[in-house]
Design a protein around this ligand. Structure first.
Ligand SMILES: Cc1cc2nc3c(=O)[nH]c(=O)nc-3n(C[C@H](O)[C@H](O)[C@H](O)COP(=O)(O)OP(=O)(O)OC[C@H]3O[C@@H](n4cnc5c(N)ncnc54)[C@H](O)[C@@H]3O)c2cc1C
Length: 452
């Protein structure tokens, strides 16, 4: 038993954890961050390494946190390309590929410098609930279980969701312990060094390959002139045929572009990514969930690093105010739900609709759509940014004519464009109070056609 009591206990020292901790400490709160990894490994994570520029800019502007720099940056990015077997479409995407380990260690140090206490090698194994509130956690220290208490507990432990998965059923409506297999993508990636320079400099490419189960793809993300982060992933619920495993499918796809002799593998690894809009309620009595633990990942691009950073800031801000007011109930923390839904709820729900239709279409039809330029660069950019397309009936008809004589594709695409807008508009009406959540969810489930 630890006698110390903190304002906040942060479980997990990835991007969500370090920024939640930093924001709270920045506002003068006492914070402890627990991570199961050894101190010098915190931040190291199997990832595609792409980070959009807007998230670190947001942190710089709100708390003066320096942008990724020096060896933290593998390459600067300016383009995101969606490619199929025979076509490609590129849109502006300013950002970086980062060295997750170096950038993560630096953010951890920023936390320590501002007063956050870090306890490493401390896997959280239990939550302590008192009078309907989470008031602490138990972590393993050798063969002992150590209890530690805080006024709030924040789950930033990634897909593992160490706190969320231990909350009793129904503890907070809209926040679930377990994810369905069709809400999880399994993924595998390698960082490779090439003998020759690659053509993807300053670019990240998502390529829809006919041998990868849709909506999965193979990605090529630049790590500098002669290095690439390459990987693949698809929904856990979609098994691959012919008895092939993910590594084999990945290598088959990669070797269409790079022969095994043309590169060496520096690092390899797999991971799981939550694929759904954020949980409908990210708050509970005594805390919140942030980052992958709250499913803040863009379902189509699997972008979760930036959302974990910005989500950490939103969480820190709201928790700080709630601690000052002395109300850390689910409702007292509701402003966090509102901020998340206005930002990632809107954006990622649209992306989830796109994902659903990509699945229906499959790689061959995606190829057809790109070839026939159904979407312009500007329209694709708007979809990725969650902005309205505002297409007139004439524009829609013109687009549909371009795709003919395949009657099915235009109908599917027309439905997709409409559904994106309805779902987005619904997320913009996310309730101000918990009492209205059930009705909002019921309507959302009807619009998306699935009980989320
Ligand atoms: C293969 C792959 C490729 C990806 N590519 C990209 C990409 O290119 N761009 C992008 O933006 N996103 C990408 N993502 C997603 C991105 O990695 C995550 O969204 C992001 O890391 C989420 O941050 P987080 O802080 O929520 O969780 P994490 O980064 O997973 O951090 C969680 C932390 O919690 C700790 N922890 C876990 N369990 C416990 C426990 N019981 N007790 C204590 N500590 C615990 C872990 O050690 C870890 O340090 C990718 C993910 C994968 C798997």
């Amino acid at each position: 038993m630890s006698d110390e009591k903190f304002d906040a206990i942060i479980v997990g020292g990835g991007p969500a954890g370090v920024i939640t901790a930093y924001t709270l400490a920045y506002h003068g709160k006492s914070v402890v961050l627990l991570d199961k990894k050894k101190h010098d490994q915190i931040g190291n994570k199997t990832c595609g390494d792409a980070l959009d520029e807007s998230s670190p800019i947001f942190l710089f502007e709100s708390m003066n946190l320096p942008m990724p720099f020096g060896e933290e940056v593998s390459d600067d990015l300016n383009l995101l390309t969606v490619a199929s077997m025979s076509s490609r479409l590129s849109i502006p995407a300013p950002g970086y590929t980062v060295d997750r380990h170096k950038y993560g260690q630096r953010l951890l140090k920023e936390c320590i410098d501002i007063g956050v206490r870090v306890i490493d090698s401390a896997p959280v194994r239990d939550v302590i609930i008192d009078n309907g509130y989470v008031v602490g956690v138990k972590y393993k220290n050798g063969s002992d279980l150590v209890s530690i208490f805080g006024k709030v507990v924040v789950d930033c432990s990634g897909t593992w969701a160490a706190v969320r998965k231990l909350l009793p059923e129904g503890f907070s409506e809209g926040l679930y312990a377990k994810l369905d297999d069709h809400h999880i993508a399994a993924s595998y990636r390698e960082i490779i060094s090439l003998k020759e320079e690659h053509p993807f400099r300053h670019e990240i490419v998502l390529e829809y390959d006919k041998d990868i189960p849709s909506p999965g793809y193979i990605w090529y993300f630049t790590k500098g002139e002669k290095a690439l982060n390459v990987g693949t992933g698809w929904l856990k619920s979609d098994p691959v045929g012919n008895g092939k495993g993910m590594k084999e499918v990945f290598h088959d796809a990669l070797h269409k572009t790079y022969s095994p002799e043309s590169y060496t593998v520096d690092v390899s690894g797999g991971g799981q990514i939550p694929i759904r809009p954020p949980f409908d309620c990210m708050t509970f009595n005594g805390g919140v969930v942030v980052g992958d633990a709250g499913c803040l990942v863009d379902p189509t691009t699997a972008e979760g690093h930036g959302p974990a950073l910005v989500g950490g800031y939103y969480a820190g801000l709201v928790l700080n105010e709630a601690l000052d007011k002395g109300d850390v109930s689910r409702e007292g923390l509701w402003e966090y739900n509102r901020l998340i839904m206005a930002h990632y709820g809107v954006r990622n729900s649209m992306s989830y609709v796109v994902l659903k239709y990509l699945r229906i279409l499959g790689p061959e039809k995606i190829d057809e759509i790109l070839k026939k330029k159904f979407l312009t660069e500007e329209e694709l950019t708007k979809i990725f940014l969650g902005e309205p397309l505002n297409l007139s009936v004439v524009e829609i008809i013109k687009k549909l004519l371009r795709i003919l004589p395949d009657f099915k594709v235009p109908i599917i695409l027309n439905r997709l464009l409409k559904e994106i807008e309805v779902v987005r508009d619904h997320y913009k009406t996310y309730p101000d109070e918990h009492s209205e959540l059930a009705d909002w969810r019921k309507k959302r489930d009807k619009l998306i056609g699935e009980k989320l």
